[in-house]
Design a protein. Structure first.
Length: 386
């Protein structure tokens, strides 16, 4: 009740009377729960020579005997006014409170009252400035600006976006089914174009292009869930289409530790590990993969569980659990590597720097079946919503 947001709007019709050292301030305060009802009378008496408040009373409020909030609001209002710098002219507070006017303003107007508005002739357009602006954007390679999506030509890397491809597919009218779209995309793109994407998206989550290319694609981390899912309009489909999710404590820890784990692993196996961007294939453009690191002949996937009980869920009979095995198989397929290294940091890695590693061989038949079943889910759950 002492807040400025309430008192300054609720108080009106203020009067001041001075009698020697005594100053009496009277006002009206509008109850916040009944703004159209009669306002309560509030009275404050103070001794100006001693800077002392003698009494503050509210009349009409049921809680006034025990010291109601309206009295507190009026006291706070008077205090704020006393702290204001002196003005050159007398300010009037004998006026209706703002809060009591709520709901009393005009609610409608007749069409006949609108009247005719004078029309204004717009000057003849001049697109010289726009042309110069676009030319400067091209010269400076400012393609990441929002306005660049409408004025600048589409970059080759952006043409791999499913949002762009589905637009071209419908524009050309070459079919309506997911299979038609698959044939169209396969004929438009090359492996060389897909290979260049990895270099452009090395920053992964910090790269806008990385996020754009993930839209509508089944990534390696979700492929196992996709082949198991029978719900076409559930959380999985929403996440593939870009729905935001809450970053958990475990995910934050994984993001912080990933670089340290890779550095430790690099020293442990005495192999050079490089960052890897988003991997695509012209033959399977509705999938994508982003290994945590890559070497000359293998990929690396890092996990950072927070507890011992969670850590056991990453393994199944001394091999990665089904979800993580499927993830690594798709990563190896897109990276064209014959091996993968599954590295799990222990829950106490911050203290011990311990990790457990498992080597995984690429299984072509398993991966082919994975892609086939994944495409079946994509064609039913994702394609109709693009």
């Amino acid at each position: 009740s002492a807040k400025e947001s309430y008192g300054d709007n609720a108080i009106g019709y203020v009067q001041v009377k001075r009698d020697g050292d005594l100053c009496t301030v009277k006002g009206r305060i509008t109850p916040e729960h009944r703004v159209r009802k009669k306002a309560y009378s509030v009275v404050l008496v103070c001794n100006e020579s001693e800077d002392a408040i003698l009494s503050v009373k509210c009349a009409g409020c049921a809680a006034s005997q025990g010291g109601c909030k309206h009295a507190v609001a009026f006291l706070a209002w008077v205090h704020r006014r006393s702290e204001e710098p002196p003005v050159t002219s007398i300010k009037c507070y004998w006026k209706k409170s703002k809060l009591s006017s709520v709901g009393r303003t005009i609610k409608f107007i007749k069409a006949s009252e609108l009247g005719k508005k004078p029309s204004t002739e717009l000057p003849q357009g001049n697109d010289t400035f726009l042309k110069e602006f676009v030319a400067e954007c091209k010269a400076s390679q400012l393609s990441k600006m929002q306005i660049g999506n409408y004025l600048l030509p589409v970059l080759e890397t952006q043409k791999l976006s499913l949002h762009y491809l589905i637009g071209k597919f419908k524009e050309n009218g070459v079919g309506t089914s997911a299979t038609d779209f698959y044939r169209y995309v396969s004929s438009q793109l090359s492996d060389e174009t897909c290979h260049n994407i990895s270099k452009e998206t090395m920053d992964q989550a910090d790269s806008p292009l990385w996020h754009e290319l993930r839209y509508g694609r089944i990534t390696a981390s979700k492929v196992h869930a996709a082949i198991q899912c029978n719900t076409l309009e559930g959380c999985l489909a929403e996440s593939i289409l870009g729905a935001k999710f809450k970053v958990t404590k475990a995910m934050k820890r994984g993001q912080l530790l990933e670089g340290k784990v890779i550095k430790k692993l690099q020293n442990k196996i005495n192999k050079s590990l490089k960052p890897c961007g988003f991997l695509l294939s012209a033959q399977n453009l509705f999938f994508g993969a982003s290994p945590d690191a890559i070497s000359d002949d293998f990929i690396v996937e890092v996990k950072c569980p927070m507890s011992e009980s969670t850590m056991t869920k990453y393994f199944k009979d001394d091999v990665p659990a089904d979800k993580h095995l499927a993830q690594m198989q798709l990563q190896m397929h897109f990276a064209q590597k014959s091996k993968g290294l599954f590295c799990v940091a222990h829950p106490d890695f911050e203290k011990t720097e311990q990790t457990t590693e498992i080597w995984v061989d690429y299984d072509k038949d398993y991966c082919t079946d994975l892609i086939c079943r994944g495409f079946d889910f994509w064609s039913k759950a994702i394609f109709p919503r693009l």
